[in-house]
Design a protein around this ligand. Structure first.
Ligand code: PHE
Length: 469
């Protein structure tokens, strides 16, 4: 029976932009460019592309096929493959909820910074004349303020998700994703007018980047960094593509989308590097990654540009918000879709609005400790042995999701479909309405052997690296 609370995409463009929106996020901005430079430059890009092709494309196609074939969100979808596989669906539903717990806080930071640069354009001293590091330290040390911006973020995203697939999520992405690419281009073009900008290219694309970042090339480390980044960046192993697949029309080509979306995500990651590092080097900054790059180095970079820096800084943080929101609404959608579907299955239908409200509150509750943790600066959360070993709560949430749950879910999906269900199970879905599978033998060999083997490597090495082994 059709569940009226589910909804569907209005067409191919809406689907692609939404899937690209979920993939292009903070990970592309703070993760990829720095990691590429610090891990070998061009050779790292090649390693990354190998993971994108043999794991990203394959798992993306598989998730979409599982979603569309079952027409359900992850737990019920995996349950259709076999009752004993429901736990894989659970892994994929819990993951987005946990990630949202820190992702929403970080988008909240970006809202504060965009607002700050906007105020500076109009002459108000929104950053108190502080350096990037001082302001960030002072801001994160005020959990109430951080929480306020997190609430604003969650409320806005909740409203978008409550609007439904075509009426909310797709609408946002149809404006947000082209907007994001336009902003990237504007900032990149501006960056190349800055003297010294070419050092940013040297950092990202040549082996000199390692000297600049103070690192050395280590093939295995480069592989595990590339693999973890790819999983997070393509939003895989967490039911997003199963959920979106369930809203997909039968005439859409799954395999074509499975190639396009990771390609667009990689393009956005490279463009993000061009929007960041030329400016950092032109303004005399040093390369780093993560939260420090987005909120300290970039703040200092824009401040040192003078008045125009306020405008570029504002545009940059709007870009971060677009990238973040398009990902966060996908994360919230997975959780909400699960709630809608599981209640429907129990014969107690719940409206989309109520489902989104419940999920938003749960995510907010999970974000409270992250706000209080002050990125590891608080004495309370660091009392927890695992958190203090890993560093801070954001990294701890990330450890459980990117380090364990996502690779595990991806491996299990490949093994269950590849070995238990057989190729015809997903091929039938991919070939619906006369669609051809682009790379049929490639999918066959990868799903059964290559992807699970590579992912097992990722799972073991990521888990060890998070624990500092
Ligand atoms: N892919 C997003 C990024 O690169 C993050 C994300 C992860 C979004 C998981 C949705 C799900 O930042």
């Amino acid at each position: 029976m059709e569940n009226k609370n589910r909804g569907s995409f209005s067409g191919s463009l809406g689907f692609i932009l939404t899937a690209v929106g979920s993939a292009v996020g903070l990970g592309n901005l703070w993760g990829f460019p720095y990691k590429m430079g610090a891990n070998g430059g061009f050779p790292f890009l090649i390693i990354y592309l190998v993971f994108v092709i043999f794991c990203g494309v394959v798992v993306m196609g598989l998730e979409m096929a599982i979603g569309r074939k079952t027409g359900k969100s992850p737990v019920l979808a995996m349950g259709e493959l076999g009752k004993q596989y429901k736990f894989v669906g659970w892994l994929s539903v819990l993951c987005p909820i946990i990630i949202s717990g820190f992702y929403s806080v970080l988008i909240g930071y970006s809202v504060r910074y965009a607002w700050g640069f906007l105020m500076e354009i109009f002459g108000s001293d929104s950053f108190g004349g502080m350096s990037g590091g001082d302001f960030f330290g002072a801001y994160t040390a005020e959990p109430m303020q951080v929480m306020l911006f997190t609430i604003i973020t969650l409320a806005a995203c909740g409203l978008i998700v409550a609007g439904g697939i075509a009426g909310g999520i797709e609408k946002f992405n149809k404006v947000g994703i082209p907007g994001l690419f336009v902003l990237l281009i504007v900032i990149i073009v501006y960056n190349f007018t800055l003297p010294g900008a070419s050092q940013g290219l040297t950092y990202m694309f040549t082996s000199k980047g390692m000297e600049m970042a103070g690192t050395e090339f280590d093939f295995f480390n480069a592989c595990r960094v590339a693999a973890g980044q790819m999983l997070f960046s393509c939003s895989l192993g967490m039911g997003i593509m199963i959920t979106y697949g369930s809203y997909m029309k039968p005439e859409e080509s799954i395999s074509r989308n499975a190639w396009i979306i990771p390609a667009a995500d990689t393009l956005a990651a490279i463009m993000a590097g061009l929007a960041i590092f030329p400016a950092v080097f032109a303004q005399g900054g040093t390369p780093n990654g993560g939260v420090g790059l987005l909120f300290i180095t970039m703040h200092d970079t824009f401040t040192s540009m003078g008045n125009i820096g306020n405008v570029i800084g504002f545009l940059f943080y709007v870009l971060v918000i677009f990238a973040g929101v398009s990902s966060l609404i996908s994360l919230m959608e997975v959780a909400s879709a699960h709630f809608i579907d599981s209640n429907e299955a129990k014969g107690k239908p719940v409206s989309r609005k109520n489902a989104v409200l419940v999920m938003t509150v749960i995510i907010f509750v999970l974000s409270i400790p992250v706000c209080l943790d002050m990125l590891g600066g608080s004495a309370i959360t660091t009392q927890i042995p695992l958190v203090s070993k890993i560093g801070c709560l954001v990294d701890t949430y990330d450890f459980f999701t990117e380090g364990i749950m996502m690779p595990l879910a991806a491996i299990l999906m490949c093994l269950i479909v590849g070995w238990k269900k057989g190729h015809s199970w997903y091929e039938e879905e991919m070939e619906k309405c006369g669609n051809k599978i682009i790379g049929k033998s490639f999918f066959r060999v990868s799903i059964k052997y290559i992807t699970p083997a590579m992912m097992t490597f990722v799972l073991i090495s990521l888990a060890l690296s998070y624990l500092g082994i």
